[in-house]
Design a protein around this ligand. Sequence first.
Ligand SMILES: Nc1ncnc2c1ncn2[C@@H]1O[C@H](COP(=O)(O)OP(=O)(O)OP(=O)(O)O)[C@@H](O)[C@H]1O
Length: 640
Amino acid sequence: MPAKTRVSTGRVLANIGVAARLAWAAAPGWSAALAGFAVLTAALPVAVAWSTRMVVDALGGHGDRAGVLGAALLLAGLSLAGAVLPHLENYVTADFGRRVGITVKLRLYHAVNRMVGLRRLESPAYHDQLQLALQGGLNGPEHGVLCGLRVASGALQIGGFAGSLYLLNPWLVLVVLLGSVPTLLAELAINRRRAALTADITPAMRREMFYAGLLTGLPAAKEVRLFGLGDYLTGRMLTELRSINARSRRLDQRQTVVQSGLMLLSALVAGAVLVWAVRSAQRGEMTVGDVVLTLGAVAGVQGGVASLTGAVGETYQSMLVFDGFRRIEEAPSDLPVPEVVAAPTGGVPVPRTPETGGAVVECPAPVDPAVVLAAATPAIELRDVWFRYDDAHPWVLSGVNLTIPAGESVGLVGLNGAGKSTLVKLLCRFYDPTRGGIYWNGTDIRTLPVEQLRARIAAVFQDFFAYELSAAENIGVGAIAAVDDRSRIAAAARKAGCHETLAALPAGYDTLLTRTFFSNEDRDDPETGVLLSGGQWQRLALARALMRPDCGLLILDEPSSGLDATAEYAVHAKLRQLRVGRTSLLISHRLSTMRDASLIYVLDDGRIVEYGDHDELMARDGRYAELFSLQARGYGPVPV
Ligand SMILES: Nc1ncnc2c1ncn2[C@@H]1O[C@H](COP(=O)(O)OP(=O)(O)OP(=O)(O)O)[C@@H](O)[C@H]1O
């Protein structure tokens, strides 16, 4: 999804409706209050101009002398209202913004979570779109509504003052309004450019934030310091920042020139009207009050036009940016929704996908997904699976046929980049195969509800995540419904061999596994958070997976890569017990851990080149035997 997409004027107008509905849903009371403020803001200056005229004329011997006190009191009251109103409005606007912010974030993250696969999240264009959506979503409804109200208020103010001018001399209205047309057009052009600039600089802003994150974050801190990367990264960050600033500066300069010209035009019009009014008064055609009212009305119309054009321009710009929010909300799920295609000849319906174009894959009788997924030990099959990350990338898997028999433990080995982790991602349905299919007890997984499918899988990913949460939560998130179930968490930790470590932490399982989120008071207290070692984290990740003891498929992608020899031995002994009678897939470069797998597949450059149990593969003396012997040789005597 490209970040820069041309938005039609019709769509911009439709966005105003969407933003207004969002604002109303988020804060109906404050939306109504802001509308009220808009009317008052427009009416106040007109009322002030008229009551000033009454006072001036009454003092100058024209008009109603008896009413002078009333007019003066009215003027004082209006001034008071004028002083208080902006503060009230500021408060309401700020709270309105906060309420809208909650609704926007809720809707935005809901839309992102609807992306059940990983493809969109890997796309830089999607991240730019997200960045714009967050910005446009947060500002859009607020700006849209506030600027919309400013447009209404500006129009009311112009109407009020233009009406006043009309009563004095109809030609004045024409002169003043015609003088305002260039302002409106220029403002619209500037705001379109500003919206385009926002989209243009988003990738540079993302890169700038990336470099800033490297410079200030803990994850890269060791390498940044050891390799002395500080200046290098700062330089790259500054390059991005300078390019952002240069583009913003150019637009600011253009805006300054245009706006100065327009102000000059307004001043000329106001000056001409002033001269005309003074001459009229000299000729006795106008009272002093009329002159004051004329000048006030011209300034009022010009101010109203400036405010209206500014607001129209800003609304336009914010609605262009708000479009990013709408696009994220409207984007369909990145994996095909099971829009089921009827099977013509007894095949099970499979969802229409971009890859299959709605083709029907033949497989045994149709079955209820709940029944399929309920099987305690399902058989998993990959049938002629082809996969590449996108059309520009080479094939990662090329016609893989692989079966994990029900209740059996299968091993998968292969060199770096062979496609093992990719295969795991397909099993979890983070992507769909480009061709072929994956079957859970004979049913294509694309026909199964994805959340229910994933609920039946427990996995330790090679790049598992270390949450900056408490130790208990880090394990509990493996089965979120049981995140508070301490006995289950402790049982999983025992199985993974990390219970003693966690129990010995300063606050036991409640210890935060981060040093990032401390309040100022306890920042220096080492007992408020700890950092675990890589191997300890790995055990935690294993415990997280073991929170799903009844899963149908257990996937272990390099579950012991960070463990010391004793720990690795202990963890694999434990895993061996856990895998008995369970459908499981173990991926490891340490081939000794594969010996007890009932079936081992060797993946080479996206193809299965061998399979069998350890003894069969060794007897075959092929790729597996070669890798195994190489590793074994590493433990033998040092060659001389
Ligand atoms: N998100 C991605 N987008 C594009 N290409 C990818 C992506 N993830 C992996 N690849 C590519 O797919 C190929 C297989 O990667 P994969 O991680 O599946 O290999 P692996 O067998 O697990 O390797 P290792 O043993 O090093 O973990 C590699 O060439 C890799 O560059």
